[in-house]
Write a protein of this length. Structure first.
Length: 141
């Protein structure tokens, strides 16, 4: 799920039953509106402000990489030293360190909650609920 700057579900984001694991920043404005979108690299050594689930996904992948770098083990797979961690373990760390928003607990819109890199690398799994974050508009339907 992609979130806007006010932690709201981005207007272009959709979800299905059980499809959302976590929510991450993705922007919720118009391209080039740098106050409501995500600053990103572009081809040709340029920068631009974009929005989309293609902005939220790298945020989540980045936090997953931080988890692996912090808690993974050095392995020798296929003759190459690398830091490894089981995907299910990364998923567990990621989902347990979120900041809950929307309906308390898991919900279809925000999944387990909003990712938080610091909580993830500190393995802070204490329950944290953001009561100020907006609900999904669909909750009113």
């Amino acid at each position: 799920m992609a979130l806007g700057v006010n932690k709201e579900k981005a207007g272009y984001s959709s979800y299905g039953a059980g499809a959302t694991d976590v929510a991450a920043p993705g922007g919720n404005g118009t391209t080039a509106d740098c106050k409501r979108t995500v600053l990103s690299t572009l081809p040709g050594e340029a920068w631009g402000c974009l929005q989309g689930t293609s902005m939220a996904s790298p945020h989540t992948a980045g936090v997953a990489a931080l988890i692996v770098s912090q808690f993974g083990r050095v392995g020798n797979d296929a003759g190459t030293l690398d830091v490894v961690m089981r995907p299910t373990q990364v998923e567990s760390y990621l989902q347990s360190s979120v900041i809950d928003q929307g309906l308390p607990g898991y919900d279809e819109c925000f999944g387990h909650g909003r990712i938080n890199a610091l909580r993830a690398v500190l393995q802070d799994t204490s329950k944290l609920y953001d009561a100020m974050a907006p609900y999904c508009p669909e909750y009113a339907e």
